[in-house]
Design a protein around this ligand. Structure first.
Ligand code: F6R
Length: 366
């Protein structure tokens, strides 16, 4: 049932090119790149929206953080992102002009469901982005966008996260199409690049895994880790840290790289390895200056960067290189090394990767 893989988590990591294809299937027209979605919420009401509130927990919240960048950039609509267990207890300023989007693999997470109900009681239309067909959230929301990742067995979310990112990209492109905020050519180009990304993922997983396996021998016994990134790679830093702590029990924190100098840089020493997400996107120059500060304090670096970037080798021998891609899609690529780092370190430490202690697949308590 694990298809020759040692753990479900590894199998699910390797399934992600297929996951991406399944999430896109029937939604991006292969010839043109145009996006078509059946959300169950009238286009007219989507056109009139003034704000979007994204609500989720854990890994799903990381997908929401990414979606804010895409929606604000392409749709030009204000977006707020909340952790469901905080959202539901705030005074919510919602109405029929604010779309609430709940994001949940299981569709059963208690806090997210409570957030959905509160939003609905205030008259906000609710869209659920869910994986499990027929789950409570999909039944209660006004509209549903299924992520189509298939059953996820590993407790740590991997392919479900990939499918959430993809569904949210589609949603942002669809909204930009409806509201005419992104030139059609740009929107379709992104649609086509998304289709092509499945092939790229397929090509990189094995080589990335080999790089990771080589690197971790001198890191797997660390007690603490930092993950840093900027822009769209910041949520991936959070996700990399969450994956590592969940399955390897190593203490790990994700930071926006620009925040390091406001405190966390005090932690840097040779016992605190830092994973820096450094693909060549528009935040790269600033990220690199943050990394120089880490290097100057004897920090040990693992860098996730772009093939052909010769600057990286001056900073560390421990490199994981990814192909170039549209910068909006880079987080999907950077997710692969982040997941594999956590997986290989946990496996090397002999941890029960698929059933980490204290965790459940679906969190139905508040
Ligand atoms: C992390 C993980 C959790 C879930 C969170 C939300 O690997 O799996 O953080 O993402 O419990 O679950 P869903 O998406 O089912 O609402």
């Amino acid at each position: 049932e694990k298809g020759g893989f040692r753990h479900f988590m590894l199998k699910e990591i390797f399934e992600q090119p297929l996951t991406l294809r399944n999430t896109l299937s029937g939604r991006v027209i292969p010839d043109t790149g145009a996006v078509q979605l059946e959300l169950g919420i009238a286009d007219e009401s989507l056109k009139k929206l003034e704000r979007i509130a994204l609500v989720a927990c854990g890994t799903s919240w990381h997908a929401a953080l990414l979606a804010r960048y895409w929606l604000e950039k392409w749709v030009g609509i204000p977006v707020e992102v909340d952790i469901a267990s905080e959202f539901r207890y705030r005074r919510l300023l919602l109405n029929e002009r604010v779309l609430t989007v709940v994001i949940s693999q299981s569709g059963e997470t208690a806090d997210t469901l409570a957030g959905l109900r509160q939003a609905a009681s205030l008259g906000s239309p609710v869209l659920a982005i869910c994986n499990v067909v027929g789950s409570t959230m999909t039944r209660e929301a006004d509209g549903v966008l299924y992520t189509h990742a298939g059953p996820e067995i590993g407790v740590a979310s991997t392919k479900a996260f990939m499918s959430q990112m993809t569904a949210l990209l589609l949603f942002a492109l669809y909204m930009s199409q409806l509201r005419g905020t992104l030139p059609l050519s740009g929107q379709k180009r992104l649609g086509l690049e998304l289709i092509g990304l499945a092939e790229t993922l397929n090509r990189i997983i094995d080589p990335v895994r080999r790089s990771v396996q080589r690197i971790i021998e001198s890191y797997y016994e660390a007690r603490d880790f930092l993950f840093v990134g900027r822009g769209l790679n910041y949520p991936i830093a959070l996700e990399g840290a969450l994956k590592l702590k969940e399955i390897s029990y190593i203490h790990a924190e994700g930071y926006a790289a620009g925040e390091l100098k406001h405190g966390p840089i005090a932690l840097i020493d040779p016992d605190m390895p830092v994973v820096a997400l450094a693909p060549q996107d528009s935040s790269y120059p600033k990220l690199m200056s943050n990394v120089q500060e880490i290097k100057a304090r004897q920090g040990r670096l693992i860098m996730i960067g772009t093939e052909g970037d010769t600057q990286l080798a001056e900073l560390t021998p421990d490199l994981i290189l990814l192909p170039k891609a549209d910068e909006n899609l880079l987080p999907l690529l950077c997710t692969i090394p982040a997941q594999l780092l956590a997986y290989e370190i946990a496996a090397r430490r002999g941890c029960d990767v698929d059933q980490p202690r204290n965790l459940a697949k679906s969190v139905t308590v508040e």
